[in-house]
Structures are given as structure tokens and as C-alpha cells.
Design a protein around this ligand. Structure first.
Ligand SMILES: NCc1[nH]cc(CCC(=O)O)c1CC(=O)O
Length: 319
């Protein structure tokens, strides 16, 4: 067992350092291996461009991946929903942590619920997925693209620049701001981003089987199966993290993995939704069964025109 600390690369934001520290602490508690955090600046943290204009997925993870490949760190913790679906050469997902609350949350002025926002109220979110699904529920609100970390976004409500913002509840918990939440969207109202609420532990492929095999101590196989199904939907639709695609999988009481997905046009007027479930225990490999579930649902949705909606959303970059 190594006695020099393993270096865990993290982005600098409060959310990133808090979730990285939590993974580090759990790993040390479960394995005895000391872990130190190494702060890395990513392009996604410094640019002010809108997420849909950054030209693809991975803006938040590339700096960490570069540091891994350069040998500056042993492993990295990412928000799984920020991780591109394409595998990175030489790297592997050593663990997927048990998912936190996957739902999106509203933080509104005066404790307002979503249904009680007056018509014309301004709702800030940088995510086409959220805008599309929220606009389908409340076309009478004004959706305003915003960027910045969770604290910056919440500040736009307290300064009265916006009436509300929508953020992931899991992230708000990690920055200690659950007290700002005034409403929570059930997953059948606003489907979360694939992987939302789960963390990915990434390392060099060779190390995962060898010197870093202890990272498996934070792997949560049911979460890995669920997020695999969700991410396959995203990959099959050839959509990135900025696409209007929601997907959520969960195990039902009778042991089936149930996957729901939605592709919604950014103005909320067109949508293709789908749902299917599989008894994963009937298959030798749970993750492969989950991937097959995701592929099946994605193909059914493509038959229904989901790929057209994704392509249209990618063309009209401004939301
Ligand atoms: N794209 C930024 C990002 N990446 C992960 C989270 C939240 C935490 C999570 O989903 O694990 C957030 C902020 C947000 O969407 O509100």
C-alpha cells in the first residue's frame, strides 16, 4: 500500500473541490491510502463563452485529462455529466460513485415555486436541455442563458437581476446552498442530464488494474449500470452535454433497470420521449445489458425523429 499521497486532480470551483475532497476522504477511510488534492485550471472555468458556443463537449474535463496523461496526477474526479461519452485514449473510468439526488432544482426569489412564478418571470439557465423541458411546462416564462459557477448564478437571484435560476440539486448540496432551493423538479417533469448527480473517477488505464486498483473501493455498480444506459442514449443520438437530451435510469423494486429519455426542441414545441426497462439480472453482464437498453431506446427515439431535433438544436447555437 502506498504511503506517499496519491494525487487527485480537481477543478478549482467550490463544487469541484468539495466533491473531490469527499471522494478522497471516502477512499482514505475505505482503503487507508492518503490522497492529496491538486488544483488544475480548465478552459471551461476561464472562458465566458456560452456553453453551446464552446464547440463541443469536454471543456470542463480536458485539462484534467491532460494532467493525467502527463503524469502530473494519479487520478481525477469529474461530474459524470460533464464527461464526453467517447472514451479517452489511455484513460479509464476506475469508479462511478453512488449517485446523489439526480433532480434539477429551482432557486427563486421570495420562496416561489415554479408553478407560482408570474408570467414573464426570468429564469436563468445555460442548459438547452433545461430550457427545452421548462419551456414545454411554462412557455410563458423568459429563459435567459447564464454561465458561471453555482454561487455566481445564485447571486443573480439575490441581486434581483433574475427571478429564478435552475441548477442541479446535487451540485447545490455540494456547495452548501440547499437552503436556496424553493422547488424541485421530479424526473418525469424535467429529465436530468445523463449522469447527473454521479461522479466519475478517472485514471490511466494501466494503473486501474495495478497500482490504483484500490480506486474500485468507491465504485457503485448499480449507479454505473444506470449511467451507462443514460450515456448510451446520448452517444447514440450523437449529442453532447449541451444538447437538449434528458435521460434517467433507476432500478425498480422488482430489480429491473428502467430508462426514461427525452429529446425536446429548444423552444419546447416538439419532443420525442421514450421509456423501456430490462431485467438486468437475466444477463451475464449488467453494464452490457444497460448499454443494450440505452441503444434500444435511442433507436426507437431516432425512428420517432429525435435525431432531427438534436441536429436542429446543434445548428441554432444561440438559445
Ligand atoms: N455543467 C456544470 C455542472 N456539472 C455538474 C453539475 C452539478 C452536479 C452534478 O450533476 O453532478 C453542474 C452544475 C449544474 O448543472 O447545476
Amino acid at each position: 500500500m502506498p504511503t506517499t499521497p496519491a494525487r487527485l486532480g480537481t477543478r478549482r470551483s467550490t463544487m469541484a473541490t468539495s466533491q473531490s475532497q469527499r471522494v478522497a476522504d471516502t477512499l482514505t477511510a475505505r482503503t487507508g491510502v492518503p490522497v492529496e488534492l491538486v488544483l488544475i485550471t480548465s478552459f471551461g472555468d476561464v472562458t465566458r463563452a456560452h456553453l453551446t458556443q464552446l464547440g463541443g463537449t469536454g471543456v470542463f474535463v480536458n485539462a484534467l485529462r491532460d494532467a493525467l496523461l502527463a503524469g502530473d496526477i494519479e487520478f481525477a474526479v469529474h461530474s459524470l455529466k460533464d464527461l464526453p461519452t467517447a472514451p479517452a485514449d489511455g484513460l479509464t473510468l476506475a469508479a462511478v460513485t453512488e449517485r446523489d439526488d439526480p433532480r434539477d432544482a429551482l432557486c427563486a426569489r421570495d420562496g416561489l415555486k415554479f408553478a407560482d412564478l408570474p408570467p414573464g418571470s426570468t429564469v436563468g439557465t445555460g442548459s438547452p436541455r433545461r430550457v427545452a423541458q421548462l419551456a414545454a411546462l411554462r412557455p410563458d416564462l423568459r429563459y435567459v442563458p447564464i454561465r458561471g459557477n453555482a454561487e455566481t448564478r445564485l447571486g443573480k437571484v439575490s441581486s434581483a437581476e433574475l427571478d429564478a435560476v435552475v441548477l442541479a440539486r446535487a451540485g447545490l448540496g455540494r456547495v452548501g446552498r440547499l437552503g436556496d432551493v424553493t422547488d424541485v423538479f421530479e424526473v418525469d417533469q424535467v429529465l436530468p442530464a445523463p449522469g447527473q448527480g454521479a461522479l466519475a473517477v478517472e485514471c490511466r488505464e494501466a494503473d486501474a488494474r495495478d497500482t490504483l486498483s484500490w480506486l474500485a473501493a468507491v465504485d457503485h455498480p448499480p449507479t454505473r449500470a444506470a449511467v451507462t444506459a443514460e450515456r448510451v442514449v446520448l452517444a447514440e443520438l450523437e449529442a453532447g452535454c449541451a444538447a437538449p437530451v434528458g435521460a434517467h435510469a433507476e432500478f425498480t423494486a422488482d430489480g429491473r433497470l428502467r430508462l426514461r429519455a427525452a429529446v425536446v426542441a429548444t423552444d419546447g414545441t416538439r419532443a420525442v420521449r421514450g421509456e423501456r426497462a430490462v431485467a438486468v439480472a437475466d444477463f451475464p453482464d449488467t453494464v452490457q445489458a444497460a448499454a443494450a437498453l440505452g441503444r434500444g431506446l435511442a433507436h426507437e427515439m431516432i425512428q420517432g425523429g429525435a435525431d432531427r431535433i438534436v441536429a436542429d438544436a446543434a445548428e441554432g447555437k444561440e438559445i
